[in-house]
Design a protein around this ligand. Structure first.
Ligand SMILES: Cc1ncc(C[n+]2csc(CCOP(=O)(O)OP(=O)(O)O)c2C)c(N)n1
Length: 386
């Protein structure tokens, strides 16, 4: 078994590149089936390739991250049900995959999310209210991607993998020591753009890590219908390492993603991580998962709950007690109240604002369209459409 930061691989990759791709491609290491550092019962186990040096404060911080994003998620689902959001894509069950991956990033790294990466947004310091405003339909996502190292959400399945690869090729040309983390779902692996992004990433040895949350379903389509092989094995066809990690084990995700990003920064090129997890909720608030999956399956995955397993490890090891868990709970209550208040108080945008957010600098053509739209709207009582 070999880790993603494999020295022999560095050499073989560099030989491959310097031969202009004419020598044999790098030999891919054999892979363990699933990297795990914390069992579902909350017992710490070691992995030969992924030693994790982590302090007690950091362990507690990971718990806090996961508990807070779960509460945010629950509040958002409730707000959608009450008509305050147009839609919500829940991350329930995927907290460890997202927090582990987000916390593995360095400040200068850049993430390209889908529409479900609220946990990663949290770790990058994006204000939850920015994400809420997007799902309320009052703006296009108000954070600065470069400031946060976290691009805007992408709803077009797989498109962000192209953006991520292109960005990584730019990073490479700038000679910057940073890496790119591209998020995608299991369903997205069937998308043409994702495969094109991987071909380019491999050809240019771009510093990008494809982080696939295999939550078992693409809306109602189960993984078995998308892939005849475990997803992490697809990476070998592109010529880079792939690995499967227990996506409900925040420690394993942290260790594996850190190693992959470090390898990318060191010039070893791309890699693919399959975080094996489960979407505990519906695809979005518009979906009814009882139409296509058995409740027994959901019950089975509840036993692998990512937050419960870290809590059990912290409690059993005496690393956190009732006071700590109560304090996190109180903080979650405050966060939920802030999110609720902030969301319902968001002002509606003026319809004509849409003309101002297309380009950084207004074009004459759009300015003319805006003027025409405003003149037209002024004909209505109160000029309401402006
Ligand atoms: C190009 C494109 N095709 C189809 C859709 C509709 N769609 C939205 S989510 C989704 C399934 C995505 O599944 P997966 O990649 O596994 O991610 P998950 O939602 O499970 O996180 C589809 C087909 C879309 N948004 N974009």
């Amino acid at each position: 078994m070999t880790a993603l930061r494999d020295e022999s691989l560095v050499q073989s990759r560099s030989d491959y590149r310097s031969s202009g791709g004419r020598s044999s491609p790098p030999q891919l290491p054999s892979q363990p089936e699933l990297v795990q550092l914390l069992t579902p019962e909350g017992e710490r186990v070691e992995h030969p390739d992924y030693a994790l040096d982590i302090g007690d404060d950091e362990l507690r911080a990971l718990y806090r991250d996961m508990a807070l994003v779960r509460r945010w998620d629950a509040e958002a689902t409730a707000l959608q049900r009450q008509g305050e959001l147009g839609l919500w894509a829940s991350l329930l069950g995927q907290e460890a995959a997202q927090v582990g991956a987000g916390r593995a990033m360095a400040d200068d790294d850049m993430a390209f999310p889908t529409y479900r990466e609220h946990g990663v947004a949290w770790t990058r310091g994006v204000d939850p209210l920015h994400v809420m405003s997007l799902y309320r339909g009052v703006d296009n996502g108000g954070w600065n991607p470069l400031e946060r190292g976290f691009n805007l959400y992408t709803i077009v399945i797989g498109a962000q993998c192209l953006h991520a690869t292109g960005y990584a090729m730019g990073v490479q040309r700038d000679g910057a020591e940073s890496a790119v983390l591209a998020f995608l779902g299991d369903g997205a692996t069937s998308q043409g753009e994702v495969n094109e992004a991987m071909v380019f990433a491999a050809s240019f040895a771009a510093p990008v890590v494809f982080f696939c949350q295999n939550n078992q379903y693409a809306i109602s389509a189960p993984l078995e219908r998308q892939s005849k092989v475990p997803l992490y094995q697809r990476a070998s066809g592109f010529g880079f390492p792939g690995i499967r990690v227990d996506g409900n084990d925040v420690l394993a995700v942290l260790a594996v993603t850190r190693a992959a990003l470090a390898a990318a920064r060191e010039g070893q090129g791309p890699s693919f991580i399959e975080a094996f997890t489960y979407r505990m909720g519906a695809h979005t608030t518009s979906d009814d998962p009882s139409r296509y999956r058995m409740s027994g399956e959901v019950e089975e995955w509840k036993l692998r709950d990512p937050i419960a397993r870290l809590r059990s490890y912290l409690s059993r090891g005496g690393l956190a007690g009732g006071d700590f868990f109560d304090a996190v709970e109180a903080e979650a209550d405050d966060l939920a109240a802030r999110i609720r208040r902030g969301t319902v108080e968001m002002p509606d945008p003026r319809p004509s604002d849409m003309f101002d957010v297309v380009y950084a600098e207004q074009t004459p053509h759009l300015a003319a369209q805006k003027a025409e739209f405003e003149a037209y709207s002024a004909g209505f009582e109160g000029g309401a459409a402006q």
